[in-house]
Design a protein around this ligand. Sequence first.
Ligand SMILES: [Zn+2]
Length: 142
Amino acid sequence: MSDDDVPFRILPRINDRNRHFWTGGAEGELRFLRCQDDGTYVHPPTSRCPKCQGKNLAVEAVSGRATVHTFSINVQQWMPGPEPPYVVAIVELPEQEGLRLTTNIVNCAPDDVRIGMPVQVVFERHEDGDDVVYLPLFEPAP
Ligand SMILES: [Zn+2]
């Protein structure tokens, strides 16, 4: 996708706790914190594992695959952003039950999106001052 095609987005504020998530796309990786003691993925990023309360967390990449958990088609231009209609979806990652992201489904006609559909991550690059942010969006998996 060329820079001219990238829609305006309200971008996340990058900090030391979430940088791995928003910049992993530079290497094509969807990254989460993961507890090194019990394997729990932690999202959104926090300083402790929600399962064991441990602080032994490290950044790990996941497969980038997901399935559509639920979605809606936005037909209204509520704020500056992608041209409607577009799909706002919650996708669930196969690595852990309940590990979900709110995202957009792209490279697919909105009417073709289905619950349970396999999708894969694709990153949309944005420059924001000194930061380069890679928003994880999802497209149909081949
Ligand atoms: Zn843990």
